[in-house]
Design a protein. Structure first.
Length: 256
């Protein structure tokens, strides 16, 4: 099991010194729609990171809609081709597909049509991800952040329908708690969960709130999950709290 943290690449040194295994940055920070020349300086920053970038979140910008009447398939294809290739070049192998602004259903839009469009998008993503050996994990978001894919079983349903090797699911402790989703879904869908996000009450750092970490950890262990766990939260004092959170998670997960 590896412990990481979602943060901008400028925080890489702090996380390295704190003892994290990896950093999880954003796909959009790679500026997939910028030219190769513009990307070179961005790539250099990632190559100089003292800690490996093994996962990326925020796959899509909010204006790149994949659901609704204004879907630009050509732009989506071009974006995915560039974005996933750049993710591979910085050394990451897992991409989180949350992107609530891009995937949420417009008011009055057919849910069935929206689900069909999301499946089409995931196939387009898999067309690029499969040959690159990348994994895209569908992130369930709480109902305040998206009106579709709000639970682990729903994310798994989409992964099953797409049925591509690169499309899996993510479990996010914060989103599950926000919508009172049973934590047992982690065990029930263990075969599809390939990434985990954690936080604590109010979406602050692990160890500062009242989330039922004992139950969560027990289910993760029962699932024989040994992949990556990333902290994705709000911080009051980043440099101090990342150290405390890492110690807390190591204690909870019994990691030496």
């Amino acid at each position: 099991m590896k412990l990481g943290c979602c943060a901008g690449i400028e925080k890489a040194s702090i996380l390295y010194q704190a003892g994290y295994d990896f950093i999880e940055c954003t796909v959009v920070s790679l500026q997939p729609e910028a030219s190769e020349a513009e990307f070179k300086s961005i790539l250099r920053t990632y190559e100089e990171s003292p800690i490996p970038v093994e996962a990326c979140n925020i796959l899509l910008p909010g204006d790149l809609k994949i659901v609704g009447e204004q879907v630009n398939t050509e732009r989506i294809k071009n974006y995915l081709s560039s974005a996933l290739e750049r993710v591979k070049r910085i050394g990451a192998d897992t991409i989180v597909f949350g992107s609530g602004g891009a995937r949420s259903l417009p008011d009055g839009f057919s849910r069935a049509k929206g689900e069909e469009q999301i499946i089409q998008f995931l196939h387009l993503a898999a067309d690029v991800a499969d040959p690159l050996d990348l994994t895209i994990v569908i992130e369930p978001l709480n109902r305040k952040e998206s009106n579709i894919i709000n639970s682990v079983p729903e994310a798994v349903k989409f992964a099953e329908k797409v049925n591509r090797k690169s499309i899996k699911a993510l479990a996010d402790f914060y989103h599950m708690d926000e919508d009172s989703e049973p934590l047992t879904h982690i065990y029930e869908h263990k075969d599809f969960i390939k990434h985990i996000h954690v936080a604590d009450s109010g979406r602050f750092s692990p160890g500062t709130g009242s989330y039922p970490y004992t139950d969560f950890v027990n289910l993760v262990h029962q699932s024989s999950y040994d992949g990556r766990i990333s902290i994705e939260c709000k911080w009051n004092d980043f440099e101090t709290e990342v150290k405390q959170s890492l110690l807390y998670l190591k204690e909870q997960f019994r990691i030496a």
